[in-house]
Design a protein around this ligand. Structure first.
Ligand code: AIR
Length: 188
């Protein structure tokens, strides 16, 4: 809820691609391989963590505000047309009754990574259960609640792409190395 207040006060980004401004320019310049969908522009504060990680590794993202509930036609048109445009996987973040990842997985054979967001009075527990509890047959790989879940979804997406892309593999190895080097021996 603190996050919600923060989100309410910040500037919004381009409706078409919230990643199109400063700090996330590379994502807009590269041919997108990962679609990062979110149910509301207010989710960007969390979901940009996925975009930041991926574009930091040179992977283009297409960040979109698409709601399974509020914009079902936009959702269907985008998801069904994504593979033809070069999208290889989806990261979907939503709060409340978060059906975005599940409904996306229902209409695409591409892998769907789900991020439950803590935008409701239940702090994301509702979104976690809605995202993770998919009926057998339509999988959604579900991550932790909120920004850290979005970051891990980005890293997981990079790991998936790294299997067939040596450049992404190299970037992922470098990311890990830097992270390890940044952990101090002592807390003071
Ligand atoms: N949401 C939007 N459409 C369907 C869902 N589940 C989610 C958004 C956001 C929350 O509802 O993902 O986290 C509240 O959206 P808003 O726009 O009211 O802030």
């Amino acid at each position: 809820m603190a996050a919600r207040k923060k989100a309410a006060g910040r500037k919004t980004r381009s409706k078409k691609n919230p990643a199109s401004k400063k700090g996330t320019k590379k994502a807009a310049n590269k041919k997108p391989r990962v679609a990062v969908l979110m149910g509301s522009k207010n989710d960007w504060e969390s979901m940009r963590a996925a975009v930041d990680v991926l574009e930091g590794m040179g992977v283009g993202c297409d960040a979109r505000v698409i709601s399974a509930h509020r914009t079902p036609d936009r959702h269907h048109a985008y998801v069904t047309g994504a593979e033809a445009k070069g999208i290889e996987l989806f990261i979907c973040g939503a709060g409340f009754a978060a059906h975005l990842a599940g409904v996306t997985a229902a209409i695409t054979p591409l892998p769907v990574l789900g991020v439950p967001l803590d935008s409701s009075a239940l702090d994301g527990l509702d979104a976690l259960l809605a995202t993770v509890q998919m009926p057998g047959g339509i999988p959604v790989a579900t991550f932790g609640i909120g920004k850290s879940g979005a970051k891990n979804a980005g890293l997981f997406a990079a790991a998936m792409l790294a299997g067939s892309d040596p450049k992404v593999r190299k970037a992922l190895d470098a990311y890990r190395k830097k992270q390890t080097a940044g952990v101090p021996d002592r807390p003071f």
